[in-house]
Design a protein around this ligand. Sequence first.
Ligand SMILES: Cc1cc2nc3c(=O)[nH]c(=O)nc-3n(C[C@H](O)[C@H](O)[C@H](O)COP(=O)(O)OP(=O)(O)OC[C@H]3O[C@@H](n4cnc5c(N)ncnc54)[C@H](O)[C@@H]3O)c2cc1C
Ligand SMILES: NC(=O)c1ccc[n+]([C@@H]2O[C@H](COP(=O)([O-])OP(=O)(O)OC[C@H]3O[C@@H](n4cnc5c(N)ncnc54)[C@H](OP(=O)(O)O)[C@@H]3O)[C@@H](O)[C@H]2O)c1
Length: 293
Amino acid sequence: LSHICVLQKTDITASSLAALACSKVKRVWLVGRRGPLQVAFTIKELREMINLPGARPVLDPADFTGLGDAVKDAPRPRKRLTELMIKTALQKPREETAAADREWGLRFQRSPQEVLPTADGTRARGVRVALTRLQGSGDSAQAVPTGEVEELECGLVLSSIGYRSLPLDPAVPFDPQHGVIPNSSGRVLGAPGLYCSGWVKRGPTGVIITTMNDSFDTAQAVLEDLQAGVLDVAASREGFGAVGSILRSRGVRPVSFSDWEKIDAVEVARGKAAGKPREKIVDPKEMLQLIGH
Ligand SMILES: Cc1cc2nc3c(=O)[nH]c(=O)nc-3n(C[C@H](O)[C@H](O)[C@H](O)COP(=O)(O)OP(=O)(O)OC[C@H]3O[C@@H](n4cnc5c(N)ncnc54)[C@H](O)[C@@H]3O)c2cc1C
Ligand SMILES: NC(=O)c1ccc[n+]([C@@H]2O[C@H](COP(=O)([O-])OP(=O)(O)OC[C@H]3O[C@@H](n4cnc5c(N)ncnc54)[C@H](OP(=O)(O)O)[C@@H]3O)[C@@H](O)[C@H]2O)c1
């Protein structure tokens, strides 16, 4: 929904920008199977959507009836997020927002059943959704189909239903229920000397900075274990050298950090010429050429 003039100053790729320049999208529905008290987005993400220039939020006040009271004792982030949704649903749009030619809205208690094709079968014309009611309350409430269905018209369907990490190797412990490697500060439980980080450590939430902070926490654990003499650092152990020889035996040429720095420098230089932070190279062959592979 962002206008091209806003997007072209970001690090969006040239090909994505060209595709979006032809976009006819005027309205986006975010559809969730549960209610406003269970939304997965953050208040920062909601604010960004509310403040999208040229786009109007469409929230049905009826979806929020009585929620102000229900959320009074909820944890602060959930409370503030719900209050912002309520405020947006109830307030009269500013003049420039009311005149916006694009809009986005939230549709609750609807679970997707089927993507409906156009008569010639070449495109989507909508989604059949099952209406749901909530069983239980708060984060653990479950969406149960009421038996009613509804067709939601649309020309494009994007699914966004989260992620689940997969087990790496039978030798590495894995909790299939939560999709994580059981760990304490990154130390894999039951496997001394093995560490994990990122979504497989914490579950699939958060942005790159969250993942970075996670890695610092794990690295700290490794350093502590080194200092405490818990890790086997005997000279007989090959360490990274072992990985290098496996890769060589398979004919793989790894990309080093300094290789990446060369690609980064070219992307940043190309971006500068185009008035954006970087022009991302999207063809792996071109990246490898740049580093002489
Ligand atoms: C659609 C989407 C958009 C996002 N946009 C943003 C954004 O704009 N800004 C932002 O800050 N965050 C964004 N995020 C969040 C960000 O991508 C994650 O926080 C971050 O990538 C998690 O890092 P990770 O290292 O845990 O996992 P990943 O980045 O998923 O890395 C895991 C790696 O392990 C590899 N792997 C898996 N199994 C094996 C195996 N058996 N052997 C070898 N390798 C394996 C995978 O190929 C992958 O490269 C986005 C997430 C999604 C899903
Ligand atoms: N630009 C960015 O910075 C960016 C972009 C994308 C993602 N991310 C980050 O990546 C993380 C993951 O994001 P995500 O959006 O992929 O996942 P998410 O935040 O975990 O949200 C997944 C949503 O899908 C719903 N869902 C799951 N299974 C479903 C099903 N079978 N039927 C109907 N609904 C279903 C969930 O509803 P229930 O709660 O009912 O299960 C939930 O609302 C987030 O922390 C996000 O911040 C960041």
